[in-house]
Ligand binder design. Sequence first.
Ligand code: SF4
Length: 365
Amino acid sequence: MQLVDEFRDPAKGRALVEAIRSRLEAIAPARPLQIMEFCGGHTHAIFRYGLNQMLPEAVEWVHGPGCPVCVLPRERVDAAVEMARRPEVIFTSFGDALRVPGSAGSLREAGAEGADVRVVYSPLDALEIARRHPDREVVFFAIGFETTMPATALTVLRAEAEEIPNFSLLCHHITTPAAVRAILDDPDLSLDGIVAPGHVASVVGADTFRFIPTEYRVPTVVSGFEPLDILQSLWMVLGQLEAGKCRLENQYRRVVNEQGSRAGRAAIERVYELAEHSRWRGLGEIDRSGVRLRPNYARFDAERRFGLVSHVAEEEALPCGEVLKGRLKPRQCPHFGGRCRPEAPLGALMVSSEGACAAYFRYTA
Ligand code: SF4
């Protein structure tokens, strides 16, 4: 606990806020600085610890698309619901994904109507269910960024080694660098700094994000998730702006190195390959931003196994994408708190506790 408490120390937090204030005075920006925290874990921490309220108005957080549940497109939920409704299937998923609205309801609603939908805490739990129910097909909804990819990859390798025939993945793993590129390519967006996702970097390495300062000239700091981590990362971004520098820094050295986890990367490399494109709710289609199982592991691909064809689903035009890019604050959405609330989410940013709209609702409504 000492390690955690150390990064929540209020006195150190106040000192960092003062240090941030003096850097802002030195920079004297003509407009509020737009700092994007890509990761939903950072968004959640910013609201939970009131960092947005402690900081001067010259800092404006832009809450990026870094919550995999929030960017799950409707058609993937539809495919999950279709699979879950098959009588031979036990559909397993992390809890957050159950509430994401699809065209014909959510997985939770499918479960209430009789589908066998089970919450698991890891893909290995799903594999264990497959071992215990050899007469059923067990599908695991594999979502998430690079952070969760190694666990599903290792589970596929375990299923292969044990020759478990009734286990498969509905794979919707997506990759952060491609999404960052898509955001930075948007000419209407001007970011002054990026606080990059520490969990992702712990797997793929801090160096993965070096293209942001090199190609896009945006100061970037890989950050941890405690309040002092985030304040220190912001202070480091401001340090670069003050010095007129632009580079990649790593605030989260206690967890992240330049190259990431060799074992994690190897598992990802062995089991997955880049798909041509992937759709992100609110952001649309992004080239080479997702992975699929390599041909060697095609038998673990639930879509193939069940012959499912994914169709792009009709979506009600919602301003979630504008929120993801920081062009709109959640409260400016006409549906916020009305048609769209955590207990009845209309858009995906209201589903997960890491979604920007849910965080606004919970901590500021
Ligand atoms: S309030 Fe709901 S509909 Fe509006 S941007 Fe947020 S999630 Fe989307």
